[in-house]
Design a protein around this ligand. Structure first.
Ligand SMILES: *Cc1c(COP(=O)(O)O)cnc(C)c1O
Length: 380
């Protein structure tokens, strides 16, 4: 039995780890399955913590529906699994998260689904790829990993619509604090909740949402049937992270703006990549697509791999952690981690060099960060 709280209500929501629910009778189970009554049956199909988190995120994205999934990759895979069949075709950006490239390049062809890779910042190229033959999904990242190219969401949505395709965006680098792509015409949006939304590097989780109500059961069925369901404790932890997302994103973005200018003047730094800098190719576009700030992700380039090794060893206060979105600053090295399985020539085309360091800027005092990073740059 649940405890008797009397007239009191716990301030924080409970965790319901139950794998299954006690249903009073057959009429009740029919009513739940037929959607005539609320209730839960089996946790792989739904549970209260996934419902609570899903509702909060759906509201954050002004979405019609939203589904929580076990990982960012699960949330990303679900719409593809739900919407594509043999002979299906995806148009995807040629500058995305390495694992997404692996999914589209190495996995889906086995099921007869092909991908055409384009520079999604070249709208004529996107138009030409869609005109060349039917495609169901146009996929890109709102802010690309790692070089922070910004997607012209309204223009891409318009092109996709004209060609009968759906625009699907990975919004992980932007978060709903900085961009709500559904409001700009996108059809589907996913987030790796593992990153800024979880915010404390203690969960792996994902979320996907959209505008068309009819897609909810299709995507939810893919999540249940392919075994992509989220676990209650991780949903609960992520709700807790989401509560401070706006505060953390604003603080971290303010730090990133200062660091992006400051880093450009530091010894040994040959290049800084941040869409808030006038020398970034999407500086003007970012003001339109990301009016509340361009985020906490930036890259800087050192001479070579040895210079990165020296800097990492001399900068323990900015730990090398191949992820992002922690509440304090971490760094990563796309060449050897997130984009490890991209061919070398592909990485160089994108600008991912052995000297490239990716920073996920956190919320610590800016002076502390400048002292730590600067100390490492001058040899420790
Ligand atoms: C991390 C990440 C993913 C995958 O999310 P997981 O939670 O690790 O499965 C997808 N897209 C981007 C941009 C990411 O950074």
């Amino acid at each position: 039995m649940l405890p008797d709280f009397g007239p009191t209500v716990p301030l924080t929501p409970p965790i319901y780890p139950s794998a299954v629910y006690h249903i009073p009778d057959l009429d009740a189970v029919d009513a739940i399955y037929n959607g005539e009554a609320t209730g839960y049956v089996y946790a792989r199909d739904g549970h209260p913590n996934a419902s609570m988190l899903g509702d909060e995120l759906r509201q954050a994205h002004a979405a019609e529906w939203g589904v929580v999934a076990a990982t960012g990759m699960a949330a990303l895979s679900a719409p593809f699994l739900a919407l594509l069949s043999q002979g299906g075709r995806v148009i995807a950006s040629n500058r995305i998260y390495g694992k997404t490239t692996v999914l589209l390049r190495d996995e889906f062809p086995r099921f007869g689904v092909s991908t055409t890779w384009v520079d999604t910042n070249d709208l004529d190229a996107v138009e030409a790829a869609l005109a060349a033959g039917p495609a169901q999904i146009l996929f890109t990242e709102t802010i690309s990993n790692p070089l922070c190219r910004v997607a012209d969401v309204p223009a891409l949505a318009e092109i996709a619509y004209r060609h009968g395709a759906r625009l699907f965006l990975d919004n992980t680098f932007a978060t709903p604090t900085l961009c709500k792509p559904l409001e700009m015409g996108a059809n589907l949006v996913m987030e790796s909740l593992t990153k800024m939304i979880g915010g404390h590097s203690d969960v792996i989780l994902g979320f996907v949402c959209g505008r068309e109500p009819k897609l909810e059961p299709t995507v939810a069925t893919a999540v249940s049937t392919w075994g992509l369901a989220a676990n209650p404790f991780e949903c609960w932890l992520t709700s807790r992270g989401l509560a401070t997302l706006d505060l953390r994103m604003r603080a971290a973005t303010a730090n990133a703006v200062v660091l992006a200018e400051w880093l450009g003047e530091q010894p040994g730094v040959s290049r800084v990549i941040y869409p808030g800098r006038a020398d970034h190719p999407d500086f003007e576009l970012a003001k339109r697509v990301l009016p509340h700030g361009v985020g906490n992700m930036l890259c800087f380039e050192l001479a070579d791999r040895n210079a990165v090794n020296r800097w990492m060893r001399a900068t323990p206060a900015v730990p090398f952690c191949p992820s992002l979105g922690h509440h304090t600053t971490t760094c990563s090295h796309p060449d050897t981690t997130s984009h490890r399985f991209d061919p070398v020539e592909e990485k160089r085309r994108q600008g991912i060099t052995p000297g490239l360091v990716r920073l996920s800027v956190g919320c610590e005092p800016i002076e502390q960060l400048q002292a730590a990073i600067g100390h490492g740059l001058t040899g420790g």
